[in-house]
Design a protein around this ligand. Sequence first.
Ligand code: FES
Length: 87
Amino acid sequence: GFVVHAARSGLRVDVPAGKSVAQALLEAGIDVPLSCEQGVCGTCLTRVLEGVPEHRDVFLTPEERAANDRMLLCCSRAHSPLLRLDI
Ligand code: FES
């Protein structure tokens, strides 16, 4: 697992294996815009302020993936122990 720091509320949320970032944030009371929940539509696209996402979506282009400054919260995870997100 890894930790997500939701910058707007200051909350830190654990994301265990088997739970998505979006699920973990929703359970912590943070509103996450969701639609497809399959990494396709881009609704849950969120800016990454710190940390390295592990992209598991099919929405971002290879260039956008490589930039590592945005991620899809419904399906993507983290390579780093902490992600700080603009949410
Ligand atoms: Fe569609 Fe995340 S909800 S890409």
